[in-house]
Design a protein around this ligand. Structure first.
Ligand code: M6R
Length: 634
């Protein structure tokens, strides 16, 4: 899970690469590096230069300020370590044994051990512990082979060598390759890991994500699986895995212009928390126009005829997306009456349930690039496609924030949560967007299957329309309160979050946010489970945050909270202000709303609470240690 960027231009490329990597840094920030080829008119050959630095991109930028690097062709990488420690030695680009070929890679080469052994037998010495280093060595050997057969020292030879080497690799990857002896070409390829090509004026780019192309071009083309591209100053040639030339029209970049402006906020995460009223309103305007119940085809990507065939739903997701899916499952089952199961995508792939008919499989992924989710969805498609029974219907839906992602490209039906680019590694506004999408689906199923009285469906729709304003008030109120009390928790080691029913996933999400950015151990439990074991952990040093919203489980949650308080826990409530809330030592008060919509509000104080503790501790809120925004390895 890394970011790669490459460019061929008539300008100096080092600043372009640094800028591109900056926009990809959310993908990983353990180390960064770049390689450029400087062309010499005298020798008509190129010379390869590299710079690498451990840690964030700023270290590489600072290094380049001291040791500048020239060239009109180059590749760069920002790393999230998989194979080998996050140090300079393991930072990309990796070079071959001749020092002429440089490669950056995003993904994992699964058979690298076997390939490395065969290279070692040929006397090749490795300088890093990465899986990537085999690639430049293999390319160099293949080039030697091709030159022996009489091929010329040029870009076509590099392309042939890369194509040959790709056939040896197993795993998921995207790569960019330069060779000093072919100083006018850049060769790129992908298998399952993302890679897009950018078309500038006399300059061409490759990047892990379209966000890195913003400001450079408006035109891009996602590379398809197993395709290879040759970038020159004159254009881009595209080839399929059999070496056949491909022709496809590029697309226009949309929306991504909103990228990465922190405005006056100290961190992206805080800015993104504050954007929630606006993104909720955008979602409502788009998916719930006044006549959406009579004509849902306006925005939802599922046809009425398909809805009627669906008897059950399975949802595959990871992390925060899985928590949104759990809220969704509650709504789909309890509100719309459709049996729904949520799976950890990473587990589903290896222990799926028996295939059942008339099932909708939903993949939820903010980035649309999470390898576990994509792999589970692909596997499920293969399982389903193998069933030839005409009465057996199978449908897939993706819920994502990135219409340019692999998930969006691979699934026929996609729901865009439309939350705008999220830079903070901890998901906030996209969690809200994902939950809203499930509210939309639950309403859709309930109205089409007539599993709820029309009035209740209208009530829920009307309650949802009030949410943006409620969010606005809540954020202001709890930003101030969280900031005020954050210092009380900087020494805290463990926190327990309790929720029940539709708010149980919010307890999980609150705990995840705290772990991710504040590095405080936290656990979310269904409140009724506390007495079955976790209560043994409680004393005055373990705060308990209890989400208590009037509804089917209100009294039960209050009793469970009392049990924690009786064991000296500092009790923090996320609850409406009222006589019952007197039991809490601190109260994050929320408006008295219907329990159905409450998760959209109860999550807000928990996001702000984690944010302010992390900010108070001086931690790197937007790029927490060991994490990356999109996890493109399994
Ligand atoms: O892009 P995805 O939604 O598929 O990502 C899934 C998780 O990796 C992600 O939600 C992760 O848990 C976030 N860092 C949560 O803040």
């Amino acid at each position: 899970m890394c970011g790669i960027f490459g460019v061929i231009s008539s300008r100096e490329v080092a600043p372009l690469i640094l800028d591109g990597l900056k926009k990809l840094e959310y993908r990983g920030y353990d180390s960064a590096g770049l390689a450029t080829i400087q062309y010499s008119k005298n020798t008509q050959l190129g010379e390869l230069f590299t710079r690498k630095a451990k840690g964030k991109l700023i270290n590489l930028s600072n290094l380049i300020k001291k040791q500048s690097i020239q060239g009109h062709l180059g590749i760069g990488h920002t790393r999230w370590a998989t194979h080998g420690k996050p140090n300079e030695k393991n930072a990309h680009p990796h070079l071959d044994f001749t020092g002429q070929i440089a490669v950056v890679q995003n993904g994992i080469i699964e058979n690298y051990n076997d390939l490395a052994k065969s290279l070692e037998l040929k006397g090749i010495k490795f300088t890093s512990e990465t899986d990537t280093e085999i690639i430049p060595h293999l390319i160099a050997l293949e080039i030697e082979n091709l030159l022996d057969k009489g091929l010329m020292t040029n870009g076509a030879t590099l392309l042939s060598a890369v194509q040959k080497v790709l056939s040896l690799l197993e795993g998921i990857y995207s790569i960019a390759v330069v060779w000093s002896k072919a100083p006018d070409v850049l060769v790129v390829a992908r298998r399952q890991a993302p890679l897009v090509l950018g078309f500038g004026e006399g300059e061409f780019f490759c990047a892990s994500d379209t966000s890195a192309l913003v400001g450079l071009t408006h035109t891009f083309l996602p590379l398809k699986d197993n395709e290879v591209a040759l970038l020159t100053r004159l254009g881009i040639e595209l080839y399929d895995e059999n070496g056949n030339r491909q022709h496809r029209a590029p697309s226009l970049l949309k929306g991504t212009e909103l990228f990465a402006d922190k405005r006056n906020f100290r961190h992206f995460m805080l800015k993104e928390i504050y954007e929630q009223p606006e993104t909720a309103q955008l979602w409502i305007d788009r998916y719930m126009p006044s006549d959406f119940l009579s004509d849902h085809s306006i925005a939802f990507p599922i046809k009425k005829s398909t809805l009627e065939k669906i008897d059950q739903i399975q949802i595959l997701a990871c992390g925060t997306s899985r928590h949104a899916a759990m809220v969704g499952a509650y709504l789909l089952e309890q509100f719309a009456g459709v049996p729904t199961t949520v799976y950890f995508a990473s587990e589903f792939r290896y222990s799926p349930p028996p295939v059942s008919p008339n099932t909708l499989t939903i993949g939820v992924s903010q980035s649309g690039e999470t390898a576990d989710t994509l792999a589970a969805l692909r596997m499920e498609k293969v399982r389903r496609d193998s069933i030839k029974d005409p009465n057996f219907s199978f449908h897939q839906l993706g819920i994502t924030n990135r219409l340019d992602s692999s998930l969006a490209r691979e699934l026929d039906n996609v729901m865009d949560i439309g939350s705008g680019i999220e830079i903070g590694v901890a998901a906030t506004k996209t969690f809200l967007g994902q939950m809203l999408s499930f509210y939309g689906l639950a309403i859709l199923f309930a109205s089409n299957k007539q599993t709820r009285p029309t009035q209740e469906i209208l009530d829920l729709s009307n309650d949802l329309r009030l949410v943006p304003k409620q969010l606005l008030d809540l954020i202001k109120q709890h930003d101030a309160l969280s900031k005020e009390i954050a210092h009380l928790f900087t020494e805290t080691k463990d926190v327990i979050f309790l929720g029940r029913g539709i708010n149980y996933p919010i307890a999980l999400e609150g705990a995840l946010k705290l772990k991710e950015i504040s590095y405080i151990h936290a656990q979310g439990y269904p409140a009724g489970e506390l007495k079955h074991g976790p209560i043994a952990l409680i004393d005055q040093h373990v705060p308990v945050i209890s989400i208590a919203v009037p509804g089917v489980v209100y009294e039960k949650v209050l009793s469970n909270s009392q049990e924690a308080k009786a064991r000296d826990a500092r009790l923090i409530g996320v609850a409406p202000d009222g006589p019952e809330s007197a039991m809490f030592d601190e109260l994050f008060s929320i408006p008295k709303v219907s329990e159905w919509v409450s998760p959209l509000l109860t999550v807000i104080p928990l996001q702000l609470f984690s944010y302010h503790i992390a900010a108070h501790k001086g931690l790197d809120v937007d790029q927490p240690r060991n994490l990356a925004k999109s996890v493109t390895v399994e």
